[in-house]
Ligand binder design. Sequence first.
Ligand SMILES: Nc1ncnc2c1ncn2[C@@H]1O[C@H](COP(=O)(O)OP(=O)(O)OP(=O)(O)O)[C@@H](O)[C@H]1O
Length: 514
Amino acid sequence: MSAHTFGVLFLGGVGLAVVVWVLHKLGRALASIAEALAATAVVFIALWSLIRAFVWVVKEIVTHPRTSLTVVAVASWCLWLGWLSLVVTATVVTAGLLSWRRFHLVSFDQWAGGPLRSWWFRWAVYMPKLPGWLHACGLSVKDDTVPVDVTVTLVGCKKINRDQQESRVHVPRVRRVKSGASWDEVRVVLVPGQKPEDFDEAARALASARKVSRCQVREVGPNVVSLDFQRRDLLAAPVQCPPLDEGRVDLRRVWAGRTEYGQDWHLPLYGSGSHTLVAGASGAGKNSVMWCPLVSIAPAIRDGLVRVSGIDPKGMELAYGRDIFHRYAVTPADALEVLNDLVTAMDTRKREFAGRVRAVPVSTDNPLELVEFDEIGALTKYTDRKTREAIIEKVALLTTQGRALGFTVRGYVQEPTKETVPVRELFPRRICLRVTAKSHVGMVLGDQAYERGAWANRIGESEAGTGYVWGEGIREPLRVRAGWVPDETVKALEAFVAGGSVVSLPGFEGGVAA
Ligand SMILES: Nc1ncnc2c1ncn2[C@@H]1O[C@H](COP(=O)(O)OP(=O)(O)OP(=O)(O)O)[C@@H](O)[C@H]1O
């Protein structure tokens, strides 16, 4: 080997050693940087996960406080006191609740049963199943717009168009579930693009999905509706009319029966919305709608604060309590005479009070004149033209001018067509009992009433006194059942208002000194 070759090899070797040394140093530096980066990433991811977990826990506590607190309480109990004591305590509490339920169902349901049932239905039924039912009933909104998703990576931003993905479906969110004795009220928050009317149309489909007979929709806020599912029928059994007593009478809120929510149903006999038209086929229970409020205001009739006039073309029903009525008519001519008398009294009152008061206060000098017009169609359709027109005119005068002057007309009809009752629209309050045709529902309660759940033509013959009312603080038709007034109670009422006798009524042991 020449000296030149040796020199080249030596320098090459030295150069290679330097390169290896530099690479070694660089590798170690890079490894340190990578290690530092990995450690930072692990810390970052751990911190991020912790923050997300914390946010999730806070969100769950805020949105489901009862459930979260129960879980925390149970976990804490097991941790500190052991599961055995938890089981023993749970058994004792359950036994206590069952005894409470056994001895006082109403207070139990109000304070414990209702909240527990609501909680259970929320978690077991409505949270898991309602979104699917709503979607199946066409109550979801598809996200068909094309927004852009932006994904941030370490090396920059990457845009992904959503049309590459499956489009999203927005379903109304369950906000609250309140479970009553017979109804579940499920409040849902509408998604943008929906309106409460969409739910009205799907009410029947929702009822089928929930496997119940009825679903009603109420608008409780601009973007919140309550879907009310009827789990059982609280009006299946006859509603007892309360006994006659000396209790305070409020003529604007007279007890008339019960609602399908199990609450009291009141009717106004004086003031706004008091003129009432009750429609129902033969045997639908129109008379209980008439008699029950009269029983409720018995002391006011007896004391002369309410004067009842009866028009009874059949000459049977009202005749049974003849002495209750200040004026009474059977024939068309007599009916016209009674109506003439009432219109004259109204005109006198008008002259006396015009410009002094906006509504005549009820007193013994100016009592509420209540007209009970049974089978109104018999006289407004099936009588001679002259009498018919005169009767229609008088009824129209009383219904249009009587409210502030203390005159109220309540009419009862079997066939609610315009030809039978031409003054139908002048009665602001309508009650539709069992009718024979679906079309009658709309005639009484207005368009869309049937579609919204007023299925009066489906009321069974055994459910006399049951019907629908419209617009009593509820968006949808409300099912009610009038209190049942047996014949003895009518006779007792007659004796009570006629005065001077001690009446004894079913369900009222003490009797009332009349
Ligand atoms: N609220 C009620 N609860 C239970 N049963 C009732 C009620 N109202 C009426 N009934 C029953 O239905 C029957 C018919 O009632 P009602 O005489 O009031 O019918 P209606 O509508 O006046 O019929 P019509 O027009 O033929 O006189 C009653 O004899 C009674 O047995």
